[in-house]
Design a protein around this ligand. Structure first.
Ligand code: ZN
Ligand code: ZN
Ligand code: ZN
Length: 322
């Protein structure tokens, strides 16, 4: 037997990938049933897993690949890599335990794939459908500050490079697959994106309605019950005490002799100094620096997807035997 292969539960054979990852070399898929990542470098693991995903041979990209739990700590710093979602997730050392049935299903599925030329030139959608079908899984997004809009479908994005390109390509692919009846979708979230670049990395801030400046000072308004006088907090401040400028009485207890009905904003821009109660909200895109009003943001719904029976009949079944 090949030096890095082992036999696990139910006679399932496994190959430890340390050497392959170091050399960034995809192993011969005939050597074992499953592959196990035992490498501590998250960046190298990511490159390797992406190469598996993008490999033209279905025996490679459909192969069950696991990470070992004891490396979890080493990957923690790179949470945005979503390593767990670029493969079949973690196992405890070499124990498949409750994953056995799923692994056996995948092995069986790969064995029954028709070995035709066409299989090697399939579209990303076909690959994705075969993969998720063999895993009996939903296509789920993850939150990620590395992605353009804050959401990512890690396994699908692995096919593309560039933040904007992969965002657009994945969106287009999932939407088309949904419209063609290959996927159903379930609403998960609504996101607001820059109208110019689709980034979800946005800074919302209160703005002066007169000059659009955002260096504002907010002060509480004080309402003195006894004389009904209303003015901004600073007009009541006399040394350490609060004195009403209208009736000259000291204010002592909030809720008893005065309250703070609202706030007043003061624009700090030299030539403006506007005072107002209703600021506007402005949005600055951190990615492309565009200033915009909230009403002009792109509103986009985020979904989870599931494979339909039409996809199974049209895309999966025709390529499997039995
Ligand atoms: Zn102003
Ligand atoms: Zn008063
Ligand atoms: Zn932008």
């Amino acid at each position: 037997m090949y030096k890095n292969t082992l036999t696990l539960e139910n006679g399932i054979t496994a190959l430890l990938l340390h050497e392959n990852i170091t050399k960034n070399e995809i192993p011969d898929h005939t050597l074992s049933d499953v592959w196990i990542v035992n490498h501590e470098n998250p960046w190298m693991v990511k490159q390797f897993l992406q190469n598996i995903i993008k490999h033209p041979d279905p025996h490679v990209y459909l192969k069950p690949v696991f990470l070992q739990k004891n490396f979890k700590k080493a990957y923690r710093e790179k949470k945005n890599y979503n390593l767990k979602h670029l493969c079949d997730g973690y196992i405890d050392h070499l124990k498949l335990e409750d994953r056995i049935a799923s692994v056996e299903f995948i092995i069986h599925f790969i064995k029954n794939l028709q070995n035709t030329e066409e299989m090697y030139s399939s579209t990303v959608l076909q690959k994705i459908l075969w993969y998720y079908y063999s895993r009996n899984k939903k296509i789920e997004f993850r939150e990620s500050s590395d992605s353009l809009n804050g959401y990512t479908y890690p396994r699908i994005e692995a096919y593309y490079s560039g933040r904007k390109e992969s965002y657009l390509a994945v969106k287009e692919m999932l939407t088309q697959a949904y419209k063609s009846g290959f996927l159903t979708r379930n609403y998960a979230d609504t996101s607001h994106l820059c109208h110019k670049c689709s980034s979800g990395f946005l800074n919302y801030r209160e703005e002066c309605p007169k000059c659009a400046g955002h260096n504002l000072q907010a002060r509480s308004l004080i309402h003195h019950f006894r004389c009904a006088y209303v003015a901004s907090e600073d007009l009541f401040q006399k040394d350490e005490r609060m004195i009403c400028p209208k009736c000259n009485t000291e204010l002592k207890n909030l809720g008893v002799d005065y309250d703070k009905p609202s706030k007043i904003f003061c624009c700090r821009k030299q030539d403006c100094r506007n005072e107002f109660q209703q600021p506007l909200i402005g949005v600055r895109c951190i990615n492309c620096k565009t200033e915009q009003a909230p009403s002009t943001l792109k509103v986009e719904k985020i979904y989870q997807y599931e494979i339909t029976s039409q996809a199974i009949d049209d895309i999966i079944k025709p390529h499997t035997i039995g």
